[in-house]
Design a protein. Structure first.
Length: 176
């Protein structure tokens, strides 16, 4: 499924949002964002839902209720994230909760499995390493890291000459 850069940015932002809602951009993006939203809805990558005044919203319906956009399982899959994995509370992928409770191993052979293998190396991996291994754009790699954190993986980031290096720790290492 070919997505524009704008669509990828919107989906990635939703994948990183604690409620998996698409936050409106901080600055107006003009026609690019307005053109991207209907396509994302039509393709089933995001869905409209009622939201509170404290949540990100995109429009108001005829009754004056605020309407937000939530990423769906198909939207997560479009980012290379595994939507079939059980979530923290067994909720449907389009009703994800951000509270990490337990680690859920990705299916063997998926890009998330590859990402975990990279992050388990003693030296860890940079965003550039992750991009080279998976073919993802930088924001997608960061969204995948956020997804791992939400599923209970303990990640550390260290800064060096080559930039930030990320590493996932085993449960025993995380306790120490």
């Amino acid at each position: 499924m070919a997505l524009t850069d704008t669509q990828l940015v919107l989906l990635s932002a939703a994948a990183q949002h604690e409620e998996h809602l698409v936050p409106p951009p901080a600055t107006p993006k003009g026609r690019a964002v307005q053109n991207a939203l209907p396509s994302l809805i039509r393709r089933g990558l995001v869905k409209e839902q009622l939201v509170s005044a404290q949540q990100p919203h995109w429009r108001t319906d005829e009754a004056g209720q605020l309407i937000g956009l939530r990423i769906t399982a198909a939207g997560l899959a479009a980012l290379g994230l595994d939507p079939s994995e059980p979530t923290d509370h067994g909720a449907a992928p389009d009703q994800l909760d951000a509270t990490p409770q337990h680690q859920v191993a990705p299916r063997a052979g998926t890009k998330q499995d590859l990402l975990l293998q990279l992050l388990r190396q003693e030296q860890g991996a940079t965003i550039t390493d992750m991009m080279a291994a998976t073919g993802w754009l930088p924001h997608t790699a960061r969204a995948a890291l956020t997804g791992l954190r939400r599923r209970g993986y303990h990640l550390t980031r260290t800064s060096g000459e080559a930039g930030s290096t990320y590493r996932v720790h085993t449960a025993a290492e995380a306790v120490c």
